[in-house]
Design a protein around this ligand. Structure first.
Ligand code: ADP
Ligand code: ZN
Length: 433
């Protein structure tokens, strides 16, 4: 199902024209209303007249998370605060939070793009959607909430936490779709298994999962555990929140809603734009945002873009699965390691639960790399050599995929803390020194 066929299936040439008109407008808006952007553009020696079309976008300077921090809280607003009707914030990992402000129109566009996602998943006004992303400053809860209301569906504003109650209400109310992080979906699946409530009494069919990187293997795991089809939803606070893009029924990449969020891929080292299909850092320009426009915002997310028409009929560009954020990449003894590679290996092996943590440290000037993973109850054993066998199996597999030997610690089922929001799986203690 397609919510907005005119836009989602628009001829690519038409889309470029629309994007160019909108880009010109947003650049003017930012230049005239945000001293930060005006200064940056002046320093780069350009003015709004230099931007004729999206072909000129690379003339614009980049915007980074640091710029948002430096202008905390409202320095990047392009409208008077009386026009701002909502604030959200993301904690990030360090430093001051990032604050974003939305006008009424910004909120309306946000719910429009979430509506497109819901339709792409086959969710309509007939359906009940349980929103188990956190409500509050985090964009997940309210973002999905407004989208469900936009299509006229029934929203259960659960927020995260209170896991037993989540299961009970999902069962009693007959939720068809569940929106939460993939890691919380795993925890909910586990809790359903333990609850004794028969799975066939649940109406759940669709999972709307995002806000953190997840792998194809994790998708299979969640789908089996909950008996559903699991879809990706992508977004970030700086650009609006969840719903910047989503998967369609073919799950052949995540469609991005580029009539509002113009994407580019750049080489994170040279900062030069990369051609379609090549992997690099995703950069967005919000071409319709009023409250806090973002010009060439560097997401740090690593992915690639594909412009062929999708089997679903949508022409909207597709982004491949996010490998991780460039700042999530660990460099251990000189080797680049993405947590998603570790996840992929663990989930490939039937003996292990999809629960793991990675500890990195530096002892006597040498990096240590420990992976803790839970063994499945049916493989759990008191016999030392059985555990050693398992340990060897996973160590070898990780070594061949990553090119680095980890110190694997096999732990008992249920011993790793479960997450209700974004999972924290990497502990790099070297950063503390
Ligand atoms: P924070 O920066 O505090 O995590 P956000 O909630 O804005 O705050 O997080 C946005 C980031 O979450 C994205 O830049 C991306 O790294 C990650 N993310 C969101 N959705 C997905 C997804 N579907 N797949 C992978 N990563 C995702
Ligand atoms: Zn598609």
């Amino acid at each position: 199902m397609i919510w907005n066929e005119t836009i989602e299936c628009m001829d690519r040439e038409e889309m470029r024209k629309l994007q160019s008109i909108r880009l010109k407008r947003v650049v003017e808006h930012a230049y005239h209303n945000t001293p930060f952007y005006r200064k940056k553009m002046q320093e780069a020696g350009i003015s709004p007249e230099d931007i004729e079309s999206v072909d000129d976008i690379s003339k614009l300077p980049f915007t980074t998370k640091q710029d948002l921090r430096d202008n905390y809280p409202f320095g990047l607003m392009a409208v008077p605060m009386s026009e701002v009707v909502r604030l959200h914030a993301s904690s990030g990992t360090t430093g001051k939070p990032i604050v974003v402000g939305y006008t009424r129109k910004d909120l309306s566009i946000w719910s429009e793009v979430v509506a497109r996602c819901l339709y792409a998943y086959g969710v309509t006004k007939e359906d009940i959607v349980q929103v188990s992303y956190g409500y509050g400053l985090f964009t997940g809860g309210l973002g999905l909430h407004d989208g469900v209301q936009k299509i006229g569906g029934t929203v259960i504003p659960m927020s995260s936490g209170n896991t037993q109650k989540q299961i009970q209400l999902m069962h009693d109310f007959g939720a068809k779709a569940l929106a939460c992080t993939p890691s919380y979906a795993l925890f909910l699946g586990e809790t359903i298994r333990d609850s004794g409530l028969p799975r066939e009494e649940f109406q759940l069919k669709v999972g709307i999962f995002g806000a953190e990187p997840w792998t194809e293997n994790m998708r299979k795991e969640i789908e089996e555990s909950l008996g559903i089809k699991a879809y990706d939803i992508y977004g970030l606070t700086e650009i609006s929140g969840p719903g910047v893009g989503c998967e369609c029924e073919y799950q052949d990449g995540t469609h991005l809603w580029e009539d509002h969020f113009y994407p580019e891929i750049i080489d994170p080292e040279t900062l030069q734009p990369l051609p379609a299909g090549e992997q690099g850092e995703l950069v967005f320009t919000t071409i319709t945002k009023e409250g806090m426009p973002m010009l060439r915002y560097r997401t740090r997310d690593l992915t690639s873009l594909h412009y062929e028409t999708c089997r679903c009929g949508r022409t909207a560009v597709r982004m491949s699965r996010i490998l991780g954020r460039s700042d999530d990449m660990l460099i251990i003894r000189g080797v680049n390691v993405f947590p998603s590679q570790v996840e992929s290996v663990i989930l490939e092996l039937p003996e292990f639960e999809p629960h793991y943590v990675i500890h990195v440290d530096r002892i006597n000037n040498v990096d240590t790399f420990q992976v803790q993973v839970e063994v499945r109850p049916e493989y759990y054993s008191d016999e030392m050599n059985k555990i050693l066998e398992l340990k060897k199996k996973i160590t070898d597999r990780l070594q061949s995929v990553i090119g680095l030997q980890p110190d694997v610690k096999i732990v008992e089922p249920r011993s790793i803390e479960r997450s209700m929001g974004k999972a924290k799986r990497v502990f790099d203690n070297r950063k503390l020194v």
